[in-house]
Design a protein around this ligand. Structure first.
Ligand SMILES: [Zn+2]
Length: 179
């Protein structure tokens, strides 16, 4: 799987290209809360590393990386955030599930590992793409493994490309904002 760098950048990208109406009415007040929410949703599937470490089982990229759990968590989080936000459920649900599914898409196209249980509970099979786009993150090598520079560089470039796209997109949209 990619690291939180790529997942967070993708979540931010989806948040920024979503029509303004999908965000808070009081955007200035809630801007940082919106950002925190989309970053958390972008990475929430990987919280399965906690039971993976505590219980020493093979939980990582298990059910939390399935479309079924993506749907359930997106429903739950959107309901909570909608209540907090006083915004419409549909708008937040679409953004939330879009970000959650983006996490699964990125993991699907990542080198290394045995895949993820994308179609759980219908099958326990681990699924991954035969072709990888993102380099693997070698967690077993520890935090200070020099080889980490490869994925950090790749994901940083990927994030910069997304940010540049957002920048161009906003410049393109700005003249039409008041129409
Ligand atoms: Zn993941």
């Amino acid at each position: 799987m990619p690291s939180p760098i790529a997942h967070s950048a993708t979540a931010y990208f989806l948040y920024k290209i979503t029509p303004q109406k999908n965000r808070s009415i009081k955007l200035d007040r809630h801007h940082f809360i919106d950002l925190a929410y989309v970053i958390v949703i972008g990475n929430i599937a990987d919280l399965d590393f906690i039971p993976h470490l505590i219980l020493e089982g093979s939980f990582h990229r298990g059910p939390s990386h399935s479309l079924c759990i993506a749907l359930l968590i997106s429903l739950g989080c959107s309901l909570i955030f909608k209540w907090f936000h006083k915004s419409t459920f549909r708008r937040w649900f679409l953004l939330t599930i879009g970000i959650y599914v983006s996490h699964l898409v990125l993991d699907f196209w990542t080198a290394g590992g045995s895949g993820m249980q994308l179609l759980w509970p219908f099958t326990d099979a681990f699924i991954k793409s035969p072709i990888a786009f993102f380099p693997s993150v070698r967690h077993s090598e520890g935090l200070f493994y020099p080889g980490h520079i490869f994925f950090i560089t790749f994901e940083t470039i990927y994030s910069i490309v997304l940010l540049l796209f957002i920048n161009r997109y906003q410049k393109y949209k700005r003249p039409n904002q008041n129409t």
